[in-house]
Design a binder for this molecule. Structure first.
Ligand code: DGL
Length: 265
């Protein structure tokens, strides 16, 4: 489909995680129209192979292109680290990805111990290994797979004893090794910020990539002369691959959630 400056910005994740990027995106790009896809019929991506993740990304991306997107934000660390190279090689529109913010964390850490909480798919990816090696020569990086966190967050219950125990079991070993900076390497995890702030000592810095992604999206839109020209406030439309999407636990009541396969035109 032919697109122009006023076409949509596509945003997708395996589930509700990418929603944590939307406030920063809407703040920096208030007039843009967003299409958000939750691929929750196939979530989580974290334990899937690179091939499986790439296959899902291709399906979601093709559907966003069919809906008329001018740019796509891969709002999922697991999808970015496993599939963005293939996506960029396959489609001609620009892609913005998200990766664990290791570089800013390494620069901020005083103890030189950085914790990275992310999915198995992200931590085992070649892209993560490359970024980590490039910026952490003098840093101890403690990698922790957040098993079960994405599934727990998708339920919408973000503060309960079971989840607190699970989060503590991941965080405490990092604290014992004097971590002072924690990287949230999965877009679902910012939903745990209130819980993390209760658990973590106040000197621990928590880093996520939402603002960096929003700024990068602005830069790329500007570079490609794709910033929209309208002055009205933009909105977000939601799509899901699941019948009963977990999105409805996270977005305002009565908001319509369309099927991933539905077309806008
Ligand atoms: N939000 C995705 C990420 O950033 C979650 C991955 C998953 O579905 O396991 O990695």
């Amino acid at each position: 489909m032919k697109t122009n400056r006023n076409s949509f910005i596509g945003v997708f994740d395996s589930g509700v995680g990418g929603l944590t990027l939307l406030p920063a995106l809407q703040f920096i790009l208030p007039h843009e129209q967003f299409l958000y896809v939750s691929d929750d019929a196939h979530a989580p991506y974290g334990g899937k192979s690179k091939e499986e993740i790439t296959e899902r990304c291709n399906i979601v991306v093709q559907s966003l292109i069919d809906k008329g997107c001018k740019i796509i934000i891969v709002a999922c660390n697991t999808a970015t680290t496993n599939a963005i190279e293939t996506l960029r090689a396959t489609y001609s529109i620009p892609f913005i990805g998200i990766e664990p913010a290791i570089k800013p964390a390494a620069l901020k850490s005083k103890t030189k111990v950085v914790g990275v909480l992310a999915t198995q798919g992200t931590l085992s990816s070649a892209l993560f290994a490359k970024t980590s090696a490039a910026f952490t020569q003098d840093i101890l990086v403690i990698e922790q797979i957040g098993s079960g966190l994405v599934e727990a967050i998708e339920t919408g219950s973000l503060d309960n004893p079971k989840l607190t125990k699970l989060v503590r079991s991941y965080i405490n070993p990092m604290l014992e090794q004097e971590m002072d900076t924690l990287v949230l390497g999965c877009t679902h995890y910012p939903f745990l910020l209130p819980l993390l702030k209760k658990i973590l000592p106040s000197n621990i810095q928590i880093i996520d990539s939402a603002e960096a992604v929003a700024k990068q999206t602005h830069r790329i839109l500007e570079k490609n002369q794709l910033i929209c020209q309208t002055k009205e406030t933009g909105n977000i439309r939601y799509f899901s691959s699941a019948k009963n999407s977990t999105l409805m636990r996270f977005i305002p009541k009565e908001t319509e959630i369309l099927s991933l396969t539905s077309n806008l035109f």
